[in-house]
Design a binder for this molecule. Structure first.
Ligand SMILES: [Zn+2]
Length: 374
């Protein structure tokens, strides 16, 4: 099938995907996206199966040219949700000028999904018969793929490699590794008392939290890239009351999953011997994403992608990213994973989000040419 890429058509299709409120917590909006994409993929000869993995979540789409396959040559990964709440589209729908497209999810990652659809059409009939392809589109990437993680991992285990279609960077870079991350909620319980008449009878949850906050600061290792941030603290009731409750929400990022595990153990040990006599601490890990690290097989894939990029005169490089994606999960099951196969963009998760128009067509060709070589 020959690709006929025309920018006005692409932008019209993109607009249909961007101008729908489809945050992770707006499942009905994600269903609208699935409704738009399903006939598009069916029209190019793919089978689409819709999964409802949790009643609170939107649908996920499993799209393949080889239904019932035990094995896929390649898995393309993308997400249909955005970080934006309902009402965002009404205040700032998709717009564009000569250089950039703006709008919620334009580059993260509606354009990545649309570009993958275009790239598949550039494969010849023989190439499509030779390759067993699956495209997994989930509904909850922006909240850590809490519902779809196991589904994604099961597809990745059946796949020889994974290409994640998140945006490439404005520098042209694709992504070869991503830091892992975890989010902790740490709760501190003390004993309330009157700050004037019974100070000594109280146990301050805020003092306990303060010790923890500084201890966590000391766990940061900038050399290895294991970093922590106490991002939110809450607690206390009144200025004249010794506070019996406080809470800290903490972000952990790491390249080395063993270091993250050691920190987890250290936090749990600390909770067993609080700094303040009489305080109680509970440590709750809310989310955990392993780091995405290239293996020897991934290195071979990196070389292949770079060769194809050079043939197309595409300026590119390979980036080690601090943020995570679903590539972290697929790499962690042992499947070589690379990310950044969407067009170039930046400003993710903000109203400054943009997509670079000039990068759309070259990146479709790059993805198509990489697929042809797998
Ligand atoms: Zn994304």
């Amino acid at each position: 099938m020959a690709l006929c890429f025309e920018l006005p058509t692409y932008l019209k299709q993109l607009e249909k995907l961007v101008n729908v409120d489809c945050g992770s917590y707006t499942p009905e909006g994600i269903a609208v996206i699935a409704d738009v994409l399903t006939p598009m993929f069916e029209q190019i000869g793919f089978t689409v199966v819709r999964h409802q993995l949790d009643e609170k979540a939107g649908p996920c789409l499993e799209i393949t040219n080889n239904p019932g396959a035990e094995h896929y040559d390649v898995m393309l990964s993308g997400h249909m949700d955005t970080v934006f709440p309902e009402g965002t589209v009404a205040t700032r729908p998709m717009t564009y000028d000569e250089e950039k497209v703006y709008g919620p999810g334009a580059t993260d990652m509606k354009s990545g999904i649309l570009s993958a659809w275009y790239a598949l059409q550039m494969l010849t009939t023989e190439e499509r018969e030779r390759l067993s392809i699956v495209i997994a589109l989930n509904c909850d990437e922006e909240i850590g793929s809490v519902y779809s993680r196991h589904w994604l991992e099961s597809i990745a285990r059946k796949s020889r490699q994974v290409l994640v279609c998140e945006a490439s960077r404005p520098t042209g870079n694709l992504i070869r590794s991503r830091k892992g991350n975890a989010k902790y909620e740490i709760e501190f319980h003390g004993v309330a008392s009157h700050a004037g008449s019974a100070l000594a009878e109280g146990v301050s949850a805020i003092y306990e939290l303060s010790h923890w906050s500084l201890a966590i600061k000391d766990m940061v290792n900038l050399d290895t890239g294991t970093t922590m941030n106490v991002g939110i603290i809450e607690g206390g009731m009144a200025v004249n009351v010794v506070p019996d409750y406080a809470k800290a929400t903490v972000d952990l990022r790491f390249w080395n999953t063993d270091e993250a595990q050691a920190i987890d153990e250290r936090l749990r040990e600390m909770s067993e011997s609080p700094f303040e006599k009489g305080a109680k601490v509970t440590v709750n890990r809310l989310t955990f994403k392993p780091s995405m690290q290239p293996t020897a097989d991934t290195q071979a894939l990196i070389r292949l992608v770079s060769e194809e990029a050079e043939k197309l005169n595409i300026v590119h490089g390979w980036e080690d990213a601090g943020g995570g994606s679903d590539g972290n999960f697929t790499a962690a099951v042992g499947t070589p994973t690379l990310d950044g196969f969407g067009p170039m963009g930046a400003g993710f998760h903000s109203d400054k989000e943009y997509l670079l128009i000039d990068s759309i067509e070259p990146r479709i060709k790059l993805l198509a040419n990489v697929l042809k070589r797998l």
